[in-house]
Ligand binder design. Sequence first.
Ligand code: GCW
Length: 698
Amino acid sequence: MQIGLWGRSALCTALMLLTALAPANADDGYRLWLRQTAPTSQASVEIKGGTPTLALAGAELRDILSAEDGTVLVGLSSDPAIAALGLPTQGLGDEGYLVRAMTNNGRKTIVVTANAPAGVLYGAFALARHKATGGDIASVNLRSVPGVKLRVLNHWDNLDGHVERGYAGQSLWDWWTLPDFKDPRYTDYARANASLGINGTVLNNVNAKADSLTAPYIAKAAALADVFRPWGIKVYLSARFSAPIEIGGLKSADPRDPAVAAWWKAKADEIYKAIPDFGGFLVKANSEGQPGPRDYGATHADGANMLAAAVKPHGGIVMWRAFVYAETDPEDRAKQAYTEFKPLDGQFADNVLVQVKNGAIDFQPREPFHPLFGAMPKTPLMLELQITKEYLGFATHLAYLAPLFEEVLDAPTGQRKGETVASVVAGAAEGHRLSGIAGVANIGRDRDWSGSTFNQANWYAFGRLAWDPTLSSEAIAREWTAQTFGNDTRVVAPVVAMMMGSREAVVNYTGPLGLAHLMGTGHHYGPAPWVSELARPEWNPVYYHRADKAGIGFDRTKTGSNAVSQYAPSVARIFSDPRKTPERDLLWFHHVPWTWKMASGDTLWNTLVTHYDRGVADVAQMGRQWEALKPFIDQERFAKQATYFDIQYREAKWWRDASLAYWMSVNGLSLPAGVAAPEHDLAWYKAQSFPYAPGQGK
Ligand code: GCW
């Protein structure tokens, strides 16, 4: 369309007017939790040393500290000016930091220091967080060392831009315009991660294409690595195990074949030429149709070690996933990873980590901790968490995941005295050199990065817990809220309360009391506990809940699959006994009658109904709490979230109604007096279909 001169200026005036009328506090969420506005008078920041990372640290501090805060001294602990101060920098390692206010030559000074540049950057962000959460600058004294070495995002991003289980738009990586165009968002992404201490990112989906390992894609990954490097972030790639066949022209990918090993070695050399600090490979092998060493009768250790040898000369590592369940194995799916991997303990090369999901099935709203934690003491186990909400309401539902992460980290393994999943993962319990936590990212091209403001909190919480697995989910919620919505207790207290109850609400309306895997086929959106006709038994929700006229739940005790025997005896004893098993996990481990008496004295059936109702009521309550916050939240983020609560309420009710309609069709029971009947009959719920639901695998 042609716009004439007059038309254009009228349009400009109209636009200017519109801008002037728009609420001054509109906010699209792009800035995440990094929202501090520059001070009117900047502090004097002295950077000792010339690395790009130190310069970034200095720039962050200039943006947040004002002249009254004094002089800021930024640099490595080895710098003579800083060494002369005699600060306790021993034990900070490569990434820990020290931030301290002191008087130096009679001048008020804040020192931000570490043994290596990345630590200084983390110190700068820690100071920013301290300030934004109301901390005093004049007396600041912060010291922290990360509890876990590899703090890595896993992007399930395909090369065509589709993100598997992604609910925040297309992939952030525009592979087509890389390596030439380095979208400024790549820098903003790196900065956000660095602010949390995330130090690695796996760029492509674990359901990998071999193309990622071809020369053009290595060049693209190298361009991203160049952007991320100054922010302390290493790039990793998911490797397709059959790549030697697909792009190498070999006949086999057998890890014991010297030609295959030589191909990977040459490939690693090629990658390291382009990306000298390349982190290494992540591998999903022999799982859900992916190729792997088992195709050749070799073990997972054979496969991992062959790749580990290829990256070892360059200091690289291999993250080998334990998420396996065979297409032909009739064993309880919850047992298969342990069965396969436990015997391999001690056989992995010293630059391999085995990456284990938090629970034994698949990122359900609640799962007991994975029995492999504590059971492979000779192998560093990397914890894999899912930040994207595949099973917790996609982009729209508010489900703050830190309580879920915390629940697994705090779980005692029972294997050794005082040992928890966190201490296994941190490597401390078993004395490992390597340690790691991975999070399946919830980041995409959506303007607000994660599909909703509250989803940003899950990215944030992942990063904070990966740095310090002992942090409490509530403390993290508080600091995130203060930085995201402003440090006003009238906002922080109610928002934190909403967040803290939100995951349990999702558990209650989707699968209370240990139920799991009841979602729709393929897209995983919405309830479908009735599904029973899929080819493999463990694809069907009925496999997981085992509801019949008499009762409900999966018997994983001696009388059933005996999955409980994979836990340490002290833990197994608890899970074997339905009276000792925490009620939240009851139906995960036990098949019990509908009339089973719960601790409250009420029946299982009535209790189940109460949980569904509580889940829906909690969502309604969150919606009301949010409404009350309207005066304090900018219009744009407020309105989007208010709509999302409407969606969540509708869907929570749908989960409850569909589930109850189905359970009643199985048990023939009626609802307790006063409980609302499902809105539709079961046939209606079964008839719903969602062909274009986002995030599906393809
Ligand atoms: O959670 C399931 C997902 C798959 C995913 C798989 C995995 C990347 O539904 O989409 O594939 O787990 O973790 O490998």
